[in-house]
Design a protein around this ligand. Structure first.
Ligand code: ADP
Ligand code: MG
Length: 882
């Protein structure tokens, strides 16, 4: 079967939507060689350190203040190697096993502890040996057989069958051992990391996919003067000078755009010990230049690459799963551990010649690294796609993928806190600060396409029962180079060697036979175990059957119970539904009740408000009415009181005026003018009989024809002006009223009417002279029997507040039914006017005197007027009524 080929899966390269993370920078401060030395840097907490300028530094750089730097973590001088590993490298190891790439480098000036941090000492190992320990601890038992994965020299791997792998093993390991004399000490001298005294790290990554098989490959390169050297390559031997100078390697890009060192030796290792052998071999070759600063100071960048190849196992065949595209079946992840050269400036090295060139180049590649990171950060900030000069140095070119593509990048900044290192340290810190702003793409966890079959635990294989068969091949084949024809020594050596080999073969045969017997015994044992298991399985079978029947019974019971449960749950649901319905009805009713109650409350309050309002209104009206009535009554009382006073006064005056002098002296309390309709004054009022029948009280149309008494008097009495002294006080002659025709008058004066009588004269103005009359205050039927005429005295206060007396006259006619009807035909009006407060109704001149005969009305008016005009001089008039 041809070997299957596999390539490193293509990594995500700045793909859209990929997550980024910053370069994580850690700071490690090494302890001082001399504890009394002044320091310029100290850790203040686990993230912060402070750089303090020294006196000379201030003077030179103008720096005066303390500088504070923050990092992912600051390890002080007391931090152990293990702690540094746990914080810095352990996550990278976990990533490596999950198929993610990582880059870890130490940066700092010479003698700042970079190599110590990266490699450490056998007693106190650094990051690199710990990584190897942890890796093998984690994948132990899951390693592929050697040479199953085979580098394809193009940065990829191919998968070989087990047979091919075995062949290769023989070819590369057993045969060379048979043909090449063993290098003295090879395989036993592990250098400073020899097995003796080495403290291995017991940590392991827990979360490991046990469905995969793993293989570890390491390579070790050095970049020196911007040349790449393979530290694991066998140096060509120069018979004269010994080793020839190594050939530099070139960098290539693989099919997935990953950078790699072409033709670089990659060694598959199966244990940490093998790894240390390789490391030691490389270290031996590492060019170490001794400088005045540090006897072991390296002028080169060393890069130790660990590549982990993994592929999923087919659970059934226990072989690597077969898929169409084998590339997708292999995952290669890489962790690069880089110990950079010292970052100090050239002039500090005090080197000359070749050394100076080295230092210059070292700084040159670090400078390029710095430029690249700065540009990368700028591009990420501004979004500009400036070209990052990765190709300017081999170092940056090789790690281009970490910054451009994906993978975690971590840097440990090593610092020697000695005060005299301040100037260099400040550059280191600035670079470190800038670096942690650079973003790199986060790696995605690798997922294999297959793994359809569920992973089952591997059954015990026959090898587990067979004791390990290890064969020593004995001494190496002697050199058969015959120096001359009598070279017995070589032949003897060969013969001894062959004898030895024969002995060894016999021993091996014995051993083989013994192991064969053991194997047979094991087989018998296995068969026995198998039979036992079989019988046990029969027993188990019957037990199982019993259990099965029991289970069936239980199941049938369970089914019936389930049925009942279903029924119950159905009923329960029904009840629940009814309950819900009732609840909803109840809620509706409650709501209605609440609404009605609210409505009732509202109506009640409305009604109460209205009632209150009405009550108030009524009370207000009543109060108003009462006030009005009270006022009216009060007015009437006052009026009456006033009239009473006047009457009293008049009576008193009358009593006092038995003599004319006395009578005339008493002035009338108030002059009055009486008006009467002219018609009545002149003759008899023509009764408008047409209207009488319709209206018991004739409309006072005659008022339009009224003339004041004053004017009447002036008309009749102008000729009497000038004789006031002879004018009688009143005219005693009274023209007979029309009502004096021997008719029987029914004089109806309602109670409370004011008497129209002059005291002592028994007459008054417009006082009707009724010969036969019967005066009543309340009309009775019997009174109407005899009477033929009817006169009603009606008194009222006019709008001006004056007393107005109306005499309403009518004929009394017997009716067919035996009753009496009154037909009104005349109205006489008597009005009293106060001259002081009243406007005169006539423009006629006021008569001053009267001398002559007056008619009834005229006389009375005249008396009144006289009274009025003379009241002050004589004071004799009396008004019959007030
Ligand atoms: P660099 O590689 O940076 O030039 P080294 O790692 O060689 O420096 O360290 C210089 C010296 O300092 C070595 O002797 C080393 O043992 C010692 N050293 C450095 N860091 C520490 C540390 N954290 N603890 C103890 N010794 C240290
Ligand atoms: Mg070093």
């Amino acid at each position: 079967m041809p070997p299957q080929r596999g390539k490193t899966p293509k990594k995500n390269k700045n793909g859209s939507g990929s997550q980024t993370e910053p370069v994580e920078v850690y700071c490690r401060i090494r302890p001082l060689d001399n504890p009394d030395d002044p320091v310029c840097l100290k850790a203040v907490n686990t993230n912060t350190c402070i750089l303090t300028p020294q006196e000379n530094a201030i003077a030179r750089n103008g720096q005066v203040k303390e500088l504070q730097y923050q990092f992912q973590y600051v390890f002080d001088e007391y931090t152990s190697q293990k702690a540094v590993y746990d914080y810095v490298a352990m996550p990278l190891m976990e990533d490596l096993i999950k198929g993610k790439n990582g880059l870890l480098f130490t940066y700092g000036i010479t003698s700042s502890g970079k190599t110590y941090t990266m490699t450490g000492t056998p007693d106190d190992q650094g990051l690199m040996p710990r990584c190897l320990d942890v890796l093998f601890n984690s994948i132990s038992g899951l390693q592929a057989k050697k040479y199953v994965f085979k580098p394809d020299r193009m940065n990829g791997f191919e998968i070989q069958t087990d047979a091919d792998a075995m062949m290769e093993r023989q070819r590369r390991e057993i045969l060379p051992g048979l043909t090449t004399p063993k290098t003295p000490g090879r395989g036993r001298n592990h250098g400073e990391f020899g097995e003796h005294g080495r403290m291995s790290d017991p940590t392991r990554v827990e979360d490991i996919d046990e469905g995969n098989i793993y293989a570890v490959f390491v390579s070790y390169i050095e970049i020196y003067n911007n040349y790449v050297y393979d530290l694991l390559e066998e140096l060509p031997h120069d018979p004269i000078t010994g080793y020839k100078p190594p050939q530099s390697k070139i960098l290539r890009t693989d099919s997935n755009d990953n950078m790699y060192v072409m033709n670089c030796v990659e060694v598959e290792i199966k244990s940490p010990q093998e790894a240390f052998e390789v490391l030691y071999k490389g270290q031996k070759r590492r060019k170490v230049a001794h400088t005045a600063l540090n006897a072991e100071s390296s002028r080169s960048h060393s890069i130790f690459n660990i590549r982990l190849v993994q592929a999923p196992l087919d659970a059934n065949t226990d072989m690597i799963a077969q898929v169409q595209d084998q590339e997708k079946n292999i995952c290669v992840s890489q962790l690069s551990l880089v110990d950079l050269a010292g970052s100090e400036r050239t002039n500090r090295t005090k080197n000359t010649g070749e050394r100076m060139k080295e230092a210059g180049n070292i700084n040159q590649s670090l400078m390029v690294l710095r430029n690249c990171l700065e540009l990368l950060r700028e591009n990420q900030k501004t979004g500009l796609g400036k070209l990052v000069p990765y190709r300017d140095s081999k170092l940056t070119h090789l790690f281009k993928n970490y910054f451009d593509g994906d993978g975690k990048v971590r840097m440990v900044v090593c610092v020697n806190p000695k005060a005299i290192e301040y100037d260099e340290t400040i550059h280191v810190m600035k670079f470190a600060e800038m670096t942690q702003e650079v973003l790199v793409t986060k790696s995605q966890q690798v997922k294999f396409e297959i793994l359809e079959a569920p992973m089952i635990k591997k059954p015990p294989v026959i090898e587990d029962y067979i004791p390990m068969m290890t064969y020593s091949l004995g001494p190496t084949f002697p050199s058969l180079e015959v120096l001359h024809c009598r070279d017995e020594y070589t032949l003897d050596q060969l013969s001894d060697f062959l004898d030895e080999r024969n002995r060894l073969k016999e021993n091996l045969m014995i051993d083989f036979n013994r192991k064969q017997d053991q194997f047979r015994a094991q087989l018998v044992k296995i068969e026995k175990e198998y039979n036992e298991m079989k019988s046990r399985s029969h027993e188990s079978q019957s037990v199982l059957e019993k259990r099965e029947s029991y289970i069936q019974k239980l199941e049938s019971r369970l089914r019936s119970l389930e049925k009942r449960q279903d029924e119950t749950s159905r009923q329960f649901k029904e009840c629940e539904r009814e309950r819900r319905e009732l609840e909803s009805k109840l809620q509706d009713k409650n709501m209605k009740i609440r609404q009605e109650k609210t409505e009732k409350d509202r109506l009640r309050s409305d009604f109460r408000n209205r009632l209150e309002h009405n009550n108030q209104q009524w009370e207000k009206n009543l109060q108003k009415e009462r006030n009005k009535i009270e006022n009216e009554l009060e007015g009437q009382i006052n009026e009456k009181q006033h009239k009473l006073n006047m009457l009293r006064h008049i009576v008193n005056t009358e009593t006092d005026s038995d003599t004319p002098t006395a009578r005339f002296r008493t002035p009338a309390p108030k002059a009055r003018t009486y008006t009467t309709p002219g018609k009545i004054m002149s003759a008899r009022s023509e009764t408008d009989m047409s209207s009488v029948g319709k209206n018991p009280v004739p409309t006072p149309r005659s008022r339009t024809q009224t003339a004041t008494v004053t004017s009447a008097r002036s008309m009749h009495g102008l000729n009497k002006v000038g004789t006031p002294k002879n004018t009688p006080q009143y005219n005693p002659r009274h023209r007979r009223s029309r009502s004096s025709n021997a008719e029987i008058w029914l004089d109806h004066r309602p109670p409370g009417s004011v008497e129209l009588v002059f005291r002592g004269h028994d007459c008054t103005v417009l006082q009707p002279k009724l010969k036969k009359k019967k005066s009543v205050s309340k009309l009775e039927v019997k009174d109407t029997k005899e009477a033929t005429k009817y006169i009603l005295t009606h008194q009222d206060i006019d709008s001006a507040g004056e007393l107005e007396t109306k005499l309403i006259k009518g004929n009394m006619l017997p009716t067919a039914g035996g009753g009496t009807a009154v037909v009104f035909n005349d109205v006489e009006t008597l009005k009293q006017i106060s001259p002081g407060s009243r406007k005169r109704r006539s423009s006629c001149p006021q008569p001053t005197d009267y001398d002559g005969d007056w008619t009834d009305v005229e006389d009375r008016c005249g008396i009144a007027i006289e009274g009025h005009s003379r009241k002050r001089s004589r004071g004799t008039e009396k008004v019959s009524r007030v």
